[in-house]
Each structure stands twice: as C-alpha cells, then as structure tokens.
Design a protein around this ligand. Sequence first.
Ligand SMILES: Cc1cc2nc3c(=O)[nH]c(=O)nc-3n(C[C@H](O)[C@H](O)[C@H](O)COP(=O)(O)OP(=O)(O)OC[C@H]3O[C@@H](n4cnc5c(N)ncnc54)[C@H](O)[C@@H]3O)c2cc1C
Length: 335
Amino acid sequence: MNHDNSVLTFVELGPDKSILAISLECITAARRLADAFGGAVHGLILGNSVGEAAEELAHYGLDRVYVQDHRLLETYHPETTCSALLKASETLKPKAILLGETLISIDLAPRAAFALDTGLITDCVGFEIYESDIHFIKPVYSSNVMAAYALTTKPYLVTIRSRALDPAERQDDAGAEVIVLDLKLDESAREMEVIERVFEEEEGPKLTSSNIIVSGGRGMGGPEGFAQLAELASLLNASVGASRPPVDLGWAPPKAQVGQTGEKVGPSVYIAVGISGATQHIAGMSASRTIVAINKDPRANIFKIADYGVVGNHEEVVPAFHEAIKSMLRQGGRG
Ligand SMILES: Cc1cc2nc3c(=O)[nH]c(=O)nc-3n(C[C@H](O)[C@H](O)[C@H](O)COP(=O)(O)OP(=O)(O)OC[C@H]3O[C@@H](n4cnc5c(N)ncnc54)[C@H](O)[C@@H]3O)c2cc1C
C-alpha cells in the first residue's frame, strides 16, 4: 500500500460524547510527527450520532476531520471498531496512526496491528526525529530505562501515554474541514456481542480537589497495604493516591496515580508511604503545602522534600499513626 505523509489520530469520546483529553494529547503528538514527515494531521471519529463531536474536533488544529457515523459504532466493539479503523486506514493511507493509551486502544491497537500487518509501539511518551528516521520512546523495566524503537512497517501504529504531552488547544476561529466517511460497515464479521458497558462510579473525594492525600508506593507491598491506607484516608476524610508501580501492579486504580504522567496535586497535607521520591513522582506532588514521608530507608529521596519524616516500616508506622489520630479525634470530641 502506498502511504502519504499524513498522521491519523484516532479520537475517543467520553460517555457524554465529549473529546477525551488523551485524544487532544495525541493531536499534539500527531502534529509533531506530521511536521517531521512534511504531512497533514487528520482526526478520525468512529461512533454513532457524533456529528457535533466532529464539528468540535475541527477546532483543534487538525487539517481534516474524518467521521464515520454508524449505529454499529454506538459503543466500542472489538471487531466492528477494528474493521472501521482498518477500512479508514485503507482509504486514507496515513503514514502513522496514533491512539491514546486507553482501555479501548489497549484492545483495539493490537487487533489493528495484526489486521494491518504492521508493527505496534504501545505507551509511547515521545519521539526522537532524525533526518529520515523516527524513534519512538517508551519507558521499560518499571520506567527505569527509556527505550527507543523504530518501526520498519507502515502505517506506524502507536499508542501515546496519557499526559506525556500537552493537549492541543482549542482555536475558536479556524475549523478544519469535516468529511463524512461511508466505510460500509455491517454485522457479518461480528463473532462477539457486547452485552453491557459499565462506567466506574467515583468513590470518595476527588484526588485533585482533596485537602489531604494519603499516597502509597511500591513499598506498600500489595493491595493489603493499600487497604490499610484507605482506612487511614477515611479517618482523615482524605483521598488515596499512589505512585506509578502500584498502579501498574493493579494495587491501586489508574486515577490514583500522582506524578508526571498522573494527577498533579497540591493538597494541604500529602502523606507519602513507601514512596522513594523519584523525580517523576515529585513532579506531581511537590506543590503540596506539607509533606509527610514514611519510609524504611533513611536515605530515600522523598525525605529531601518532606517537612516531616518517619523512618520505619509502614506495617508498624501506619497503624500507630491511625491509632494516634483516632485518639486525637476522640479527645477533640469528634470520634
Ligand atoms: C516517563 C515516565 C513517567 C513516569 N511517571 C510517573 C508518575 O506519574 N508517577 C510516579 O509515581 N512515577 C512515575 N514514573 C516512575 C518513577 O520513575 C519511579 O519508578 C516511581 O515513582 C517509583 O515508585 P515508588 O517510589 O513507589 O517505588 P520505588 O522506587 O521502588 O520505592 C519504594 C520505596 O518504598 C520503601 N519501602 C519498601 N518497603 C517498605 C516498608 N515496608 N515500609 C516503608 N517503606 C518501604 C523503599 O525504601 C523505597 O524507598 C515515571 C517514569 C517515567 C520514565
């Protein structure tokens, strides 16, 4: 297949059909790539009744917006959405297709790579551009090493990590051309049925608006450590945050992640338990007014920015802290 130099951004919408922030970040990435290729940046929306979203997307600095509006695309369907993306790629022949690193694209991107017989780089956080070559950068070995990958097949298929780049900004005046596609979708290729889509309910105070955050790191040792932090947080009416490893390991939900690629927070009190204080974590919490660190290693970097520090095992310190707060609350007549 001959490819032009364009970059196609797969744009995802939320339940209210608003454009996801990560898709706007992909547009920023797409523009950088397209500038290097000397090509255009296009957006692609696959959905049902998404005309308004396509018109809105046209204001984010794209050269063209392509939209496929179809009842079969009402909700993400692994086979139908993949088939639509494949047909769009065959029609538009982009040099690269960018997707946000989301739950949908984690499922969709490998399917699309297989169907397009091309390579896939997931979780990309940046690029290095050479004269005729491009290296896609992604963190490996628990983010301890940054690896550079080159793809030898086209289209380049890449998922972009959330918050690795700034989102494209809305421009009130210049709207890109919106082109309605007719990709001839049908149900014949479907072997799966999507029975229900359930959206996670928000529990407890939101991390970014919390006055107190109790955050855990790899040093918590597992989900049971986080259960202990949740009890402490509930006593303090605080939110539970996390460094990246517990999120990667499934001990804490992605929305709890604080740091360069997580939430940026600035509470009155940030309690960091079992967190070493890597620069990428500090990037998300250094604006906290008071930082309390609990860590068994007295040389841990987190102590350099902490206002108060306890050197010890969280298994001993957290329950003691919990009891001390309970007793303070009792004395204050609140418990
Ligand atoms: C591009 C990029 C983006 C990144 N974005 C983020 C981000 O947004 N947020 C983020 O957090 N990280 C991010 N990282 C990862 C970051 O580099 C670190 O790897 C990570 O922050 C380390 O997490 P940690 O402190 O929990 O784990 P570790 O560095 O493994 O530290 C664990 C700590 O727990 C202590 N400990 C162990 N056992 C106990 C115990 N029983 N009691 C008390 N203390 C104990 C240890 O002494 C140690 O200090 C990113 C990395 C890259 C490359």
